[in-house]
Design a protein around this ligand. Structure first.
Ligand code: B12
Length: 294
């Protein structure tokens, strides 16, 4: 089974575990995904996040009730604790972020995700689980020597509370923490960062890590070997499926073993230049397209 179908299967199984309130099953789906070297980023963004959105839809349709939704949220928070324990951050960057939902907003999983992505990138992170009053938040960030405060706002009605934080932060000396804003509320407004007094807004979590680095004056991360191999695998998988080729057909056309193709597509094979050339030729793309940085 190829990577995308396997991921879809994981997503369906994880969603079902949430609907049934089966924490052990949910954990085992994620353990299996990890054992197949699925990246933490993909598990968070392509299994956990869409499963919660599905829970939201079912709740909206009256198929599940608030108690079931609460359990699904709790199971996902526990899953995120488990995932974080298995992460090896890239390196210690020597920068600190305070991450929190904006005051009033009870949605804290998006904030927790940004906290985890920064942690994976090598930041020291203080995740405050619930919205904190502006004064206390800014005092805390200052006392922790934070370089960044990242706020998540899911509901637009709490955006004025972002401005309250910005107002406090701007009263600090110039070495103040930078303020980053993200979350669903921004999809419902065309306003830009300055309107809320923030230093930047980010529309998604992957972008946020790069924006956060720029804000505190760090260079952008170089991809690790694992990330590079995963990216090559995804490109080969996407190109092969867009050409409606099976793994066996690609193996035959490139003169490689099907199992070798499967390992490459799963990002688990450090492929040779010769293999990259054969696959590129069989897929009729250039090797530079396949090997370009993620
Ligand atoms: C779980 C949930 C709840 C739980 C929250 C529990 C918890 N601990 O988080 C509870 C029950 C408390 C809740 C309450 C409410 N909820 Co609610 N909830 C959801 C649900 C089902 C899942 C949210 C979630 O965790 N998603 C998964 C995370 C990972 O996604 P995310 O938050 O969008 O984050 C992503 C991005 O936005 C981004 N991101 C997030 N933060 C940040 C920050 C930065 C810096 C960056 C860069 C990116 C970023 O990255 C994440 C990954 O891609 C959604 C359904 C949905 N479609 O999302 C509704 C939903 C968000 N809720 C909604 C509503 C209306 C409410 C209530 C007003 C309902 C009510 N009438 O009481 C209340 C509001 C309470 C309050 N004061 O906040 C609506 C919002 C509609 C809107 N946009 O106005 C939704 C969309 C449901 C719906 N379809 O109607 N909710």
């Amino acid at each position: 089974m190829d990577v995308e179908n396997r991921l879809k299967q994981d997503r369906d199984r994880y969603s079902l575990a949430l609907i049934q309130g089966e924490a052990v099953l949910a954990r085992s789906v994620i353990s299996e995904a990890l054992s197949r070297n699925t990246s933490h980023a993909r598990i968070l963004l392509e299994i956990l996040a869409p499963s919660l959105i599905k829970i939201g839809e079912l709740w909206h349709e009256g198929v599940i009730n608030v108690a079931q939704e609460h359990l699904a949220t709790t199971i996902t928070m526990e899953t995120m604790d488990f995932l974080r324990d298995t992460v090896a951050p890239r390196s210690n960057l020597g920068v600190r972020a305070v991450v929190t939902p904006v005051e009033g907003d009870q949605h804290n999983i998006g904030a927790r995700m940004i906290a985890d992505f920064l942690h994976m990138d090598g930041w020291d992170v203080d995740f405050l689980g619930s919205g904190t009053p502006a004064g206390d938040l800014v005092d805390f960030a200052q006392s922790r020597g934070a370089d960044l405060v990242a706020l998540s706002s899911t509901l637009p009605e709490f955006l004025p509370n972002v401005e309250a934080v910005a107002d406090r932060i701007h009263r600090l000396p110039p070495t103040r923490p930078k303020l980053l804003l993200g979350g669903g509320a921004l999809e419902m407004t065309n306003e830009d960062a300055e309107i809320f007094g923030c230093d930047a807004v980010a529309s998604n979590i992957l972008e946020a890590v790069s924006v956060a680095r720029s804000l505190v004056g760090l260079t952008q991360a170089k991809p690790t070997l694992e990330e590079q191999l995963a990216s090559i695998g995804r490109k080969i998988n996407a190109t092969r499926t867009s050409r409606k080729m099976t793994q066996q057909q690609l193996a035959d056309a490139s003169g490689l073993e099907r199992t070798y193709i499967s390992l490459i597509e799963n990002g688990r094979q450090n492929l040779t230049i010769e293999a990259a050339l054969k696959i590129a030729n069989a897929l009729e793309v250039s090797t530079s397209d396949l090997l370009s940085q993620p």
